[in-house]
Design a protein around this ligand. Structure first.
Ligand SMILES: Nc1ncnc2c1ncn2[C@@H]1O[C@H](COP(=O)(O)OP(=O)(O)OP(=O)(O)O)[C@@H](O)[C@H]1O
Length: 358
């Protein structure tokens, strides 16, 4: 396994790109620790596949370097990069048994029979498919086929990294959570460097120790699931992660406070910079109801099982709050309180408040 470093990476599909808008990847600097579990998370078109193809060697970047443990592999072809890949759709041989499928990547590399048997048995046990080893793959359900595909990605212990590209696409919704947690468990046992590409925040947050969030060819934040939730560096991260996402409310800045719809809001700390579009970012979980505060009118209350999502209007601005219990009724007038440590200003999307005392 290896540490993977992407240094000053840029990629354009155009022969002579001019501005940043001509780049599918704008400027990527990321280091993936040896043995870490990472997710690459972003909406369709943000550049995830482009980045994956650059790491695996299918695509040569227009600029920058890819380093595996400080060895420059930028110009190496895929077969010399030693990366295992698991794709959206199962890649298995229908005419072979499950056991033969799992053994294939090892057999192909001339691994001895005893080692193959040991590894195949280990992986089959981890994936709960030991009883299927002599079953022909053609008869498997799509879920089991994808499990075997994952097993084929994990069976070699000499790879630099295992990359998963939206691996749960074909999995039945009710089985998704099972395989999600299985993958996490597999990472803990196999300890390979794993990169999991997805547009689904639940998959990314369940699997990864650290998530790389991408938007429009750029990395907007790298952090643990908690960091992404607690302190989004960009309104995109706040909105994309969380359900419902962070409220992004137009505001002005006055000293160390924000003015939102004419009301003063205490912030996590001082604001830096000036100009640009200014927004107040606060997650619905940190908006509460009180005896005093910002007057609002409730427009809708959704009971989503564990809690209520309350939609309200403050002046002309809509926002959401999460209530654990005692949600107000639609149409009622309430007072909202914003938790100061969780209230921050964003300028042109980027965080502009400092945490007090840091
Ligand atoms: N072969 C190509 N030629 C030209 N442009 C491309 C090519 N492949 C991707 N792009 C463009 O590069 C940008 C990033 O695409 P990419 O496929 O990497 O994103 P993605 O996040 O993987 O999206 P998805 O999840 O839909 O696959 C998009 O604007 C896309 O249109």
């Amino acid at each position: 396994m290896a540490q993977i470093k992407l240094s000053n990476l840029r990629h354009s599909y155009m022969p002579s790109p001019k501005g940043p808008e001509d780049y599918a990847l704008k400027e990527i600097d990321v280091t993936w620790r040896d043995g870490g579990a990472y997710a690459l998370l972003g909406p369709s078109g943000c550049g995830k596949s482009t980045l994956l193809n650059i790491i695996s060697g299918l695509l040569t970047p227009s600029e920058g370097q890819i380093l595996f443990d400080d060895r420059d592999v930028t110009s190496l072809p895929p077969d010399q990069r030693n990366i295992a890949q698991v794709f959206q759709f199962p890649v298995i041989y229908d005419t072979m048994t499950v056991g033969e499928n799992l053994a294939f990547p090892l057999k192909n590399r001339g691994v001895d029979a005893a080692t193959i048997k040991r590894r195949v048995d280990e992986i089959a046990e981890m994936l709960d498919v030991s009883d299927m080893l002599s079953t022909r793959a053609s008869g498997l359900s799509p879920d089991n086929k994808q499990k075997i595909s994952m097993g084929r990605g994990l069976v070699r212990d000499d790879v630099n990294a295992v990359m998963f590209d939206e691996p749960l696409t074909v999995i039945d919704p009710h089985l998704k959570w099972k395989l999600r947690s299985k993958l996490k468990e597999l990472h803990q046992r196999v300890k390979a460097t794993m990169i999991y590409v997805t547009h689904d925040q639940t998959e990314a947050l369940t699997f990864a120790d650290e998530v790389v969030v991408m938007q429009d060819g750029e990395v907007v934040q790298i952090g643990t699931p908690v960091e992404l939730f607690e302190r989004p560096q960009h309104t995109f991260v706040g909105h994309f992660i969380g359900s419902p996402g962070m409220n992004v409310l137009p505001c002005e800045v006055k000293g160390d406070r924000a003015i939102f719809e004419g009301h003063e809001v205490a912030l996590e700390g001082p604001t830096h910079g000036d100009g640009g579009r200014t927004d107040l970012g606060i997650r619905p979980e940190y908006v509460s109801f009180g005896e005093s505060g910002i007057p609002a009118q409730v427009t809708k209350v959704a009971d989503i099982g564990r809690h209520y999502v309350v939609s309200a209007m403050v002046g002309n601005t809509a926002l959401k709050a999460v209530a654990e219990h005692n949600a107000p009724n639609p149409g009622s007038h309430v007072f909202l309180q914003f938790k100061p440590e969780q209230s921050r200003v964003y300028r042109d999307g980027w965080i502009a408040t400092k945490e007090r005392g840091r």
